[in-house]
Design a protein around this ligand. Sequence first.
Ligand SMILES: [Zn+2]
Length: 287
Amino acid sequence: MRLSRRAVLAAGAAGILSACTPPPRPRSAEPTTAPSLSPDSSTVPTTPAAASTTPPPAPATRAAVVSRYRAARPTQFGLTVPGVINRLPSSGVALTFDACGGPGGAQYDHALIKTLRDLRTPATLFLNARWIEANPAAFRDLAADPLFDIANHGTRHLPLSVAGRSAYGIAGTRDPGEVYDEIAGNHDLLTQALGRPPAFFRSGTAHYDDVATKIVAELGEQVIGFDVNADSGARASLPQISRAMAGVRPGSIVIAHMNRPDGATAKGMAAALPPLVAAGTQFTHLR
Ligand SMILES: [Zn+2]
C-alpha cells in the first residue's frame, strides 16, 4: 500500500488537533423523524454510486467546489442536517465503527474486531487518515476482510462547515476549500489504497452544515449519520451500551468506536449482538 503524500502531510498537520470527541445521542434522530435513505427521496440517491451499473460522474475539482459554493450560506448545523442519512431503507441494521486518530485516538480495539469476526457480523469502518497512518498493518488487514467495508472519516477529523462552526470545542473547516480538503485528502488516500473510492463519509464529530453536505455529494460520497449512539465515543459504560443497543430497530444505523480499547465497546458489542442475531436482526453493510 502506498499512502499519498498529500494525505500524509495532512495527517501530520492534524496532530495538534484533539482526538475524537463523542457525539451525544442526537435529540432529533428518533427513527420516526430522522432523515432516511428512502427510495422515495428526491434528494438522496437510492443506490450508492459504488453499486451503480454506470460509472459515476467524476468528482468535482477543488476549484469547481470553491467557485460553486463561495457565496453559499448555510442555514443549519448539527448532526441531522439535510443530506445526512440516519436510517436504512431496508429492515437490516448497519453497525458503523469510527477510528478517529490523532492524540489519544489512534489506538486499535483488537477485541472489538475479533468479536465481530467471531460472530461473523458485517460492519462499516469509518477510518480517519490519521488513524490509517498510525495503523498501516491493521488497515491492510481490515481492508482485505470482506466482513468490513471501509469508509471515509475525514482527513483531519474536523466538523464539516463552510463557516468555521465548532462542535465539542473542535473548530470546524472554515470555507468550501477546507471542506473539500477534509473530504478529498482521505478520499484520495482510500482510493489509492483500496483501488476504488469510498462510498460513505462521516466527519469528525459527525457535525455538518447544509452546504458542506452538498459538497460531500459533489465528491461522490454519501453522508452517514446514525440513529443509535452505542458508546458515546467509547466512553459509555457496559450498562449504558446495553441500554443504547436495546434501541436498535430494523433500519437502524449504529455508531460506536474501534479506536479506544480501554473503553467498554468490545464487551458491550459481545453482549448485545448475539441476542439481536437470535431475535432475527440482519446486520448489513451500508452498500
Ligand atoms: Zn471520530
